[in-house]
Design a protein around this ligand. Structure first.
Ligand code: 13P
Ligand code: SF4
Length: 303
């Protein structure tokens, strides 16, 4: 870590000079998460916080759809992402044109889009959801059938929690779909007291083995409140490093699946972002308003 200290110092100084705030997702590495970020959280928390930012510039340490969501919610602000190639296998699995085809196929059925989608998709749907509020969003529509895009596994998880019938798209998260129920059973057999908590982007055989399923923020909260002796966090593995720094006495059993997109963001690129004010995230002004309607409809749901 010592070689990182000059970056941390330079970023924190330049951030003030540039009137910038750093929003970081729970999957960012510990030196970003703990040393230079102003606001951290899951995708819902980051979207909500993006509506409250006072600074003129947002540096989004996460993937591209997260930066787009910030831009949609705060179009008057400069939104920068340290590496615009930070994509997402879910966001790239569907386009706005695909949503229009789904509407033709299932007329009158509302469409819920996971926030892990492009602005173009958000502009075509009725409402967004995240993994923290997906069941609540689906039930808020008051209908017996909804289309959920693009994560087939989140859709299956929601279907298991509600009476609403879910029509799913075929997308998947390339990080979470790699976990298997078999590997979880190996952890359990080695230590029957171990706790296993999993993200709903995982396949059903994985969720069947989990003691708790929830968004990244809900998983963190679960570990902080339950304080297990040993826990396996079935999600992107930087999150376990971030929680470990706060809870040194909880033993993290770490299957390490990294998100290659999240890992494109580094201290060096954040510093470049602040020095050169790049890479600026833009959203077609014609789709900002309809995309914002879908995100705000979700944010405005009462808890
Ligand atoms: P949440 O932080 O909303 O749980 O999402 C997980 C994820 O994979 C984001 O890319
Ligand atoms: Fe997308 Fe999965 Fe990476 Fe999250 S972890 S950004 S859902 S590919």
């Amino acid at each position: 870590w010592p070689f990182m200290a000059p970056y941390v110092k330079a970023i924190n100084e330049l951030k003030r000079e540039r009137d910038a705030v750093i929003l970081a997702h729970n999957y960012q590495t510990p030196e970003i998460f703990h040393c230079v970020s102003d606001i951290v959280g899951d995708s819902l928390q980051l979207a909500v916080e993006a509506t409250k930012v006072k600074a003129s510039t947002i540096i989004q340490c996460g993937v591209h759809f997260m930066a787009e969501t910030s831009k949609i919610l705060s179009p008057e602000k400069r939104v920068l992402i340290p590496d615009s190639r930070a994509g997402c296998s879910l966001a790239s699995s569907i386009t706005g044109a695909d949503v229009r085809l789904l509407r033709d196929k299932f007329p009158g059925v509302p469409v819920v889009a996971y926030v892990n989608t492009s602005a173009d998709v958000k502009a075509e749907v009725d409402i967004c959801c995240t993994s923290s509020n997906a069941v609540q969003v689906v039930e808020s529509l008051g209908v017996d059938r909804v289309i959920m895009v693009p994560d087939q596994y989140l859709a299956r998880y929601v279907a298991s929690q509600t009476k609403v019938k879910i029509i799913a798209w075929k997308g998947a998260c390339e990080v979470h779909e790699r976990f298997t129920g078999d590997e979880l059973r190996v952890y359990r057999e080695a230590d029957p007291s171990v706790k296993i908590i999993a993200h709903p982007e995982c396949p059903p055989d994985v969720l069947a083995e989990a003691d708790f399923t929830g968004s990244t923020a809900h998983m963190i909260n679960w570990v902080k409140t339950k304080h297990p002796r040993r826990v396996v966090m079935i999600t992107e593995c930087s999150m376990a490093d971030n929680v470990q720094a706060e809870l040194p006495d909880v033993e993290m059993v770490r299957p390490c699946n990294l998100c290659p997109h999240m890992k494109r963001i580094t201290l060096a690129k954040i510093l470049d972002s602040l020095v050169y004010l790049r890479e600026e995230v833009t959203v077609d002004p014609a789709i900002i308003a309809p995309a914002r309607r879908s995100v705000e409809r979700m944010i405005n749901l009462k808890n």
